[in-house]
Design a protein around this ligand. Structure first.
Ligand SMILES: Cc1cc2nc3c(=O)[nH]c(=O)nc-3n(C[C@H](O)[C@H](O)[C@H](O)COP(=O)(O)OP(=O)(O)OC[C@H]3O[C@@H](n4cnc5c(N)ncnc54)[C@H](O)[C@@H]3O)c2cc1C
Length: 391
């Protein structure tokens, strides 16, 4: 008999899981609380470990049409604009890691995944209906949605993001906390910027107490800019797209180099995104609970300093479909295998992101040492082979 699989959440993690399951001939139901599947405007980097999976699911053509494939990542001092290091991407990434390094608007990636899921036809999408209650017994898991319906399934996958409702029913010890960082984000048409500020590359500006990253998205028409600073917790922690106070942003960048100041000054609309998270995953038991498993941000939210949150959700999706396809009868065992396969890598990426945050925001002697080491070791310091090679 066909296994009944319910996925909660239609973000990048949930849609990737639906798509991966479809590729293994596993039909799923996906429940999304929003009426329209719409992703907020921002960009993400997707490294070769992730591009490889997306291409394997048939998204190569879609990526070619919408993503950008920068030829390099430049690291610059945010104070002097000096070049500190350079990591060639492009062909080097393909040679070393078997796939390209891409940058893409979240909305574009989300749209590609949704289109592919619809084309596959094996996912029943249920939108505008939030999951409110979850329970399980020896034979099934029951999901109650806002419309009062109960759905029984063999397996429930919580891909419902950082503020996961599903997680609330299986982990009482996991309430997201403010990290001390906020992200200012903007997306601007390159055509609206002075020519000197337009760019086809990724540039990371490392300051003391802040850093900025810029890269092209939407086949190069738009430039995505994100600036992360240490700040007090905003009143609304779970609101992604709060309108930012530009003067406050500029005050964080008072000592920044002229090109960075100019870039920030050329953009009128910024959104504020408080960065919240959980402690890093400590064991497989934090990802699987009988017939219920968590993936993506619901399981292991991470600071964006390694640019891997969506990437790890996509890797999770691949691993989840793999274990579910292999399992004939023992669903809890399959989810446990998923958790054992994924928890250490996710924890390593979470820890790497925290460490990068400390390096990117280093002050005083540490900043001096960082800049000197970047100049000396360049690409070797910036490259992350264990991550980009994949699972
Ligand atoms: C500043 C910043 C920069 C980033 N840069 C990168 C990057 O460069 N590369 C990268 O890989 N990652 C990056 N990330 C991380 C990435 O955005 C997230 O890790 C990723 O989007 C998580 O996807 P998800 O599907 O797990 O969760 P989400 O995107 O949060 O999706 C969860 C979905 O579940 C739905 N949902 C929630 N509750 C319910 C419910 N009760 N019932 C039904 N549906 C529900 C929501 O509506 C949503 O659609 C960045 C993050 C930030 C903040």
């Amino acid at each position: 008999m066909q296994k009944k699989i319910v996925i909660v959440g239609g973000g990048i993690g949930g849609l990737s899981t639906a798509l991966a399951c479809g590729h293994r001939d596993l039909p799923v139901q996906l429940i999304e609380r929003n009426k329209v599947f719409a992703e907020v405007g921002a960009g993400i980097q997707i490294s070769p470990n992730v591009v490889r999976l997306l291409e394997g699911w048939g998204l190569r053509e879609g990526l070619d049409a919408l993503a950008c494939f920068p030829s390099q990542l430049e690291i610059r001092s945010a104070l002097t604009a000096d070049l500190l290091g350079r990591l060639p991407l492009g062909e080097r990434a393909v040679k070393r890691y078997g796939a390209r390094y891409a940058t893409i608007a979240r909305a574009d990636l989300h749209g590609l995944l949704l289109k592919a899921v619809n084309a596959q036809g094996s996912t029943q999408l249920i939108v505008g209906n939030a999951v409110e209650f979850v329970s399980q017994d020896a034979s099934a898991v029951t999901v109650t949605t806002a419309d009062g319906q109960n759905r029984r399934a063999n397996v429930l996958i919580g891909a419902d993001g950082l503020w996961s409702q599903v997680r609330d029913f299986v982990r009482l010890d996991a309430q997201p906390q403010f990290s001390g960082y906020v992200a200012y984000r903007a997306m601007v048409a390159q055509a609206d910027l002075p020519e000197t500020l337009r760019s086809d590359d990724i540039t990371a500006w490392l300051g003391p107490d802040f850093h900025a990253v810029q890269y092209p998205v939407h086949h190069g028409e738009l430039l995505n800019v994100v600036i992360i600073v240490k700040a007090k917790a905003p009143a609304e922690l779970d609101q992604w797209n709060q309108t930012a106070d530009v003067q406050e942003l500029q005050s964080h960048l008072a000592n920044a180099a002229a090109p960075l100041q100019e870039l920030v000054g050329s953009i009128s609309k910024w959104n504020l995104w408080p960065l919240c998270g959980l402690p890093k995953v400590r064991s497989a038991q934090e990802l699987a609970f009988g017939r219920i498993a968590l993936l993506g941000d619901a399981a292991h939210p991470m600071l964006p300093f390694l640019a891997q949150g969506a990437g790890m959700a996509i890797e999770d999706a691949f691993a989840m479909a793999d274990v579910l396809q292999q399992s004939t009868h023992d669903d809890a065992d399959a989810l446990e295998r998923f958790a054992r396969r994924r928890w250490k890598r996710n924890a390593r990426v979470q820890a790497g992101a925290v460490r990068n945050g400390e390096i990117f925001h280093a002050t005083g002697l540490k900043r001096w040492g960082r800049d000197a080491a970047m100049k000396l070791f360049g690409a070797r310091m910036i490259d992350v082979p264990w991550l980009y090679r994949g699972m």
